[in-house]
Design a protein around this ligand. Structure first.
Ligand code: HEC
Length: 114
């Protein structure tokens, strides 16, 4: 019986122990963290198409982003290039559109036939 009371007292003491709370930091306060991102290893190919996209797209997008896009038709790539210019103010001259669209189709391949 005496042993059971001691065990209960020890258990109570353990349960009521304060978590490691600091008086200067309120519970749930955000803590600074540090992460190390992996190095960018993707690159656009060293071809005319890759060079064209480097010149017009990599100011805002990583090579990885560009090479992971699905294959699209020239019409759909044209819509994307127009959107980049009009919605996101990409400094792309409309005169460069045909070369950029051709480069995107070359890089991504043709979409599968339906
Ligand atoms: C001035 C910055 C800028 C430039 C330059 C730019 N983009 Fe974007 N692009 C954006 C922003 C902002 C978004 C929307 C956010 C996102 O998805 O990353 C976007 C989104 C996209 C998307 C996602 C689909 C969509 O329609 O939103 C694709 C694909 C894309 N861009 C392709 C291109 C290509 C190809 C080029 C080069 C011809 C290009 N972008 C140049 C800013 C830019």
């Amino acid at each position: 019986m005496k042993l059971a009371i001691i065990a209960a007292a020890v258990l109570l003491a353990a349960c009521s122990a304060e978590p490691d709370a600091s008086p200067t930091k309120p519970a749930g306060a955000l803590q600074p963290v540090s992460i190390t991102l992996p190095a960018e290893t993707a690159a656009l190919p060293d071809t005319p198409a890759g060079t064209t996209l480097s010149q017009h797209c990599t100011a805002c997008h990583s090579p990885d982003f560009l090479t992971r896009q699905p294959p699209l038709t020239a019409e759909k790539w044209q819509a994307t290039v127009t959107k980049m210019r009009e919605a996101y103010h990409a400094p792309i001259s409309p005169a460069d559109d045909p070369a950029i669209v051709a480069a995107l189709v070359t890089l991504q391949g043709a979409p599968p036939a339906r």
